[in-house]
Design a protein around this ligand. Structure first.
Ligand SMILES: [Zn+2]
Length: 208
């Protein structure tokens, strides 16, 4: 694990105390939603929209719950029950949805994640949970790929980590260039996966 990756993970691990202390109240959040409804051109006092600010605020609580969870805590429990296994561990096609930090609209897709164990392994569900924690924040696909890879690298210290994300960004489908179904692919390789042959093997297992 590099010093930079450690810093990156700590910086992203939890919402900062500063941001927590400045957190607006629920009333302020609901009022902001009413402002956006007015800005969009509708009347936030009409019957159909009366409860919308409350619903949107609840939805935001769920969409962005990842700020209140630490991926390093999630990954802290590893096992040494490797029993001579010295090859790749790959999780393919993990569905996720996140929100792009530029437009706050969803990007939706799949994550493929692999690592080469070095003496220790981790529960598969913990890897999925880690992806969820990072996805439930405002993100770029690039940063999310890097954060997942470095969190696994930092906690498990494997011989290599590979993360690939394939996603469709609603900010491209619904606005701007308005192109549907453009697949954006990002990949972050660490350690042994820096080797081109290992990357080819990873890709051949992801797309058999
Ligand atoms: Zn966007």
């Amino acid at each position: 694990m590099s010093a930079i990756s450690g810093k990156t993970i700590k910086a992203h691990a939890k919402h900062s105390n500063k941001a927590q202390s400045e957190k607006p109240t629920r009333e302020e959040a609901e009022s902001a939603v009413r402002t956006l409804i007015s800005w969009a051109g509708d009347d936030p006092t009409r019957e159909g929209l009366l409860d919308t600010p409350q619903r949107v605020t609840n939805a935001y609580q769920e969409f962005f719950s990842g700020y209140h969870e630490c991926p390093l805590d999630c990954l802290s429990r590893t096992f040494d029950a490797i029993k001579g296994y010295d090859d790749i561990v790959l999780l393919r096609d993990i569905d996720f949805h996140s929100h792009c930090e530029h437009h706050m609209v969803p990007f939706i897709g799949k994550v493929h994640v692999a690592y080469y164990p070095n003496k220790r392994i981790i529960g598969i569900s913990k890897l999925v949970r880690t992806i969820e924690i990072f996805a439930r924040r405002l993100q770029t696909q690039e940063a999310m790929s890097s954060q997942i890879a470095h969190a696994i690298d930092s906690s498990l210290q494997p011989d290599g980590v590979a993360v690939m994300i394939d996603a469709v960004h609603q900010c491209m489908s619904m606005r701007g260039v308005k192109k549907r179904n453009i697949s954006t692919v990002t990949a972050q390789f660490l350690g042994k996966f820096k080797d081109m042959q290992e990357q080819k093997r990873f890709i051949s297992l992801v797309c058999p």
